[in-house]
Structure formats: structure tokens, C-alpha cells
Design a protein around this ligand. Sequence first.
Ligand code: NAP
Length: 320
Amino acid sequence: MQAEIRSDDKKPETRKKFDVIIIGAGPAGYTAAIYTSRAKRETLIISGILPGGQLMLTTEVENFPGFANGIMGPELMTTMRQQAERMGTTIIDDEVVNVDFRHKPFKILTYSEEYEADSVIIATGATPRKIGAKGEQEFSARGVSYCATCDGPFFKNQEIVVAGGGDSAMEEAIFLTKFANKVHVIHRKDKLRASKVMQDRAFENQKIQFHWNTVIEEIKGNQKVNQITVKNTATNKMDTLEVGGIFVAIGHEPNTKLFQGQIDFDANGYIVLKNHTQTNVEGVFAAGDVHDHRYRQAITAAAFGCMAAIDVDKYLSEHK
Ligand code: NAP
């Protein structure tokens, strides 16, 4: 690791060089760091504004293997962070504001420093879109969820809501009928965006009730959600639904804006990979929800982190 002082005091003062810099500190980033550090690669994680990622906003995680009685999301992420640090990873809680992948070593600028790296793993994740209703943030992880696979089993024998009209909403609504007595699908239009096959499956399901041209105005509760207020935009009629939870499934935004113009994205902004975990820039890899819009699980993100780390180690062996 080298350090050099820059004379221009308006620019970052210190420049540090690492074998690998991991941008993002969710399950993908931490797992990648555990592997690269253990392989004796000088590793820096720049954690971003929410170290720990989406799991910091959840409560109990029941489906991450190794925890027979479940584990709280923040505790799981703190443990992963400690494990990465124990392996020798340097972690900086700062936000990346610019990257330069055009020349090697790659340059990564945060609010306070400029770093250089021989390789990079992008693990910045994706952010679920919010509906913007009153109470949505207040009841997040207290009845408002953005992941049916993660939280569905907590809603056994309850009545719940799914917001959205795409494939994710249909998939989540169908999945949630395994647990819930009834699932209300609230959609802002009078027809679904979901594929025909998903629509047919949802329409056939007796436990799903559709509310067309309907928007969620407010989410209410005490300790947890117990009621939502909806408005029919065709009639302006307000209504209330007594429900135990709401699953927001209106899409995700991959956190890729920073890499625009340098890294190849698909039509929805997710990073496109080739040769397993490599991006279009040789030496820059990606792992987790930033490229994976299909599985979006902590365990799959962690697995992608492991894969990217192994690919980085091989890349560094061949190029250093
Ligand atoms: P999506 O296709 O973008 O659909 C988002 C849905 O949420 C749309 O119905 C949209 O309404 C609604 N929406 C967006 N913003 C909203 C807001 N602020 N308030 C209320 N509603 C809002 O997203 P997705 O369903 O997550 O799917 C993403 C991609 O993954 C798609 O290509 C999809 O086909 C794919 N996918 C496939 C499967 C599968 O095949 N099994 C499963 C999941 C996802 P409008 O219709 O009015 O725009």
C-alpha cells in the first residue's frame, strides 16, 4: 500500500493504492472482501452511505444458512464486516463520487480521498423503488416489506397487500398466497404490465383480489401495519383495507449511475457480465444485486461476491 500527499488542498490529500477495491458493503461486498483478503490481496471496501446494504433495513433473517434460530439483518451484516476486518480488509465508511476505469491503475474518488486499484469489484446493489405513501418509511420492516421471499413467512394466516402490476408483483402475490389468507394486489392502472403467463397464474389464484386504478395513500398501524388507505383514481373514492402488511413490488433501481459511460448496462441499468463476473472493462468485476435482478437474495449476493473474488485473484495473478 502506498500513500502520497497531494499539494492541491482542494483535492483529496491522500492517495492509496490497493490490489482490489470493493465498492459497496452488502453481502456481496463483504463476502468478496473475506475471500480477497484471505488470499492476501490488499483489499479496501468503500462502504457507501448505507454500510450493510438492504439487510440493515430488515428485521429477522430466517433463510441465511448457518443460523438455526434466524438472525437480525443488521447483526448478520455487522458479523460479516467483522469477519472481513479479521481477514485484513480495510473498510472506509465513505461514498464514492467518481471512478476512472479508462486507465490502470483504476482511480476511485470518494468525498475525502482518492484511491488507486489494480482491480475493482462493484457491489453497489439495487434499491427497491418506494411508492411514496405516507407511513411507508415509518413502517418499513414493521409490516412494509420489499422482499416476499425474505418476509412472506412472517405473515401466516394474515390479509396482506402487494403493490405493483409487473412480473415481480405477480410473482410475489402468488408466492404470498402460501402464507396469507388473502392477498390484495393494488395497481395504479386498469391492466397489468406483467407477462401473460404470470397474469394468468395470478388471475387463477382464488386468494388474490385485484384493485384496479388504485393508489396507496397512507399506511397506518401501531407497532406494526394494520390498515392502509387507498384511493380509486377513476372514481376518487377512498377505501381502507385492514391488513397486516404490504409488499412493495414496483421494481428496483440498480445503483449504477456512478459507472455510466464506462461500464456496460442492460436496458434496465443492471451491469452486464461476461466470463462469469467480469464487466466490459478488464479488471473490473461486479457482484450481487447490481447485476442480478433475478434472485436478489443475501445468500446469492454473497455467492456472487465469492465468485468475483476468486476471479479477481486469478486476474491479479495473471496481470501483476
Ligand atoms: P416492472 O416490470 O418495471 O414493473 C413495475 C410495476 O410497478 C409496474 O406495474 C408499474 O406500474 C408499477 N409501478 C412503478 N412505479 C410505481 C409507483 N411509483 N407507484 C405504483 N406503481 C408503480 O418491474 P418488475 O416487476 O420488478 O420487473 C422487472 C423486470 O424483471 C421485468 O423485465 C420483469 O419481466 C422481470 N421479472 C420477471 C419475472 C418472471 O418472469 N418470473 C419475475 C420478476 C421480474 P405501470 O404498469 O403503471 O408502469
